[in-house]
Design a protein around this ligand. Sequence first.
Ligand code: SF4
Length: 333
Amino acid sequence: CSELEDDGLPDNLEKIESCETDFAEEFTENDLSVVATLEKTLESPLSSFRPGYLWVSDLTRQNWCEQQLYYSFTVPGLVEEKPVMTEGTNLHLERVTSNEDIWGIKVLNLINSLQGFLNGGTVAREIPIFGAPFNEGVFIVGLIDELRFDPEMYLMELWELKTRKRKSMPSKAQCVQHRLQVMLYKKLFDDLVKGNLAKETVAKHLRLDLKKTFGDDVVKQVTINFLTSKDLSELMDVLFSKVQCLTCIQEIGVEYVHQDSKGTIGMCRESYSDEELEKLYKEYLKFWRGERCSTGVDIEDAWKCQSCDFADICDWRKKKAEEYSKKNIHPCD
Ligand code: SF4
């Protein structure tokens, strides 16, 4: 308020009151909604955009371009829908309403996949997976495409199937993204096998009441599967007892399939590094916790910007272009 002067406190108080009144009158509903949006963006991305848990796909998209991921949450009109896990699961969630029932069905689907292996099965598809890797206090949820189990060799393999329009292998950047995805799945699965996930952790992150009795539809599904669990606490005990009869994942890989011919284009076995994953994961979480700003692609990955929906508004891209023009270097050099 520019009218305020140094002299005379009562005078200034009057002016402050009058300024506040003018300010309030000038504030429209639209302004207030802008302020609300600004306040929301000042919260951490985790609490603003993914309260409760992250999806594995959030982290793989972050690997492609963190700035793009951030814009996908914040730029109106281009905001992506939240991923869903219901597709492909063998039990339906249509009539299941409480969070405890929804997670009960997910846990039951996971138990079914594992039971298949314990009964002599060798392949399970679309397996829900979750956990809180590296004791970072962040919960992650995903859906494994395929687990292959060799009971004689006691060997568990994880395969991610990627459909491609073109009959060619993906770019190096896409392969890096896919490797991160399968490494995360392995980490989550192995943590379950090793008993590194407590049901209290699941309950805390997902705000679930472990002792809440399942609804009739879930009880029916539990009974069909020859189980007697009446709540998540009991069902998770069943999960832990079954998964700990299995083995950690020894091999991870990605299979690329041609969309039209359905033929395999190629299969890439990927290496797993716990240290590498932990380092990357912790760096990514700094963004999600609001400990650092989002960053865009490095200059050698500037080609990603050409097919980016946010290229016209991207501050990171503008900033990098200015930096390189000052140095008199063309970004493509
Ligand atoms: Fe990321 Fe480039 Fe898109 Fe910006 S323009 S969001 S840096 S891909």
